[in-house]
Design a protein around this ligand. Sequence first.
Ligand SMILES: [Zn+2]
Length: 76
Amino acid sequence: MALEACKVCGSLTSTNEEICMICGYPAKGNPKSIWVRWIAIILAASICLPLIIGFIYNMRAKDNPPQSLPAKTITS
Ligand SMILES: [Zn+2]
């Protein structure tokens, strides 16, 4: 196991790694891996973004409850 300086960012990356762990540059001259990484990021974002938006929407709904809620009446 040896360390090799990345051609792009200059950080030391293990020669066992296919891409630089800092900038994602393919250290072994395999350009496909960087595209696979970006596709994975885009897919993850497209899945997580609606969840995050829905979460924020629910939080706002809790902070600002509708005014039309009927007041609770105490019955004894
Ligand atoms: Zn790098």
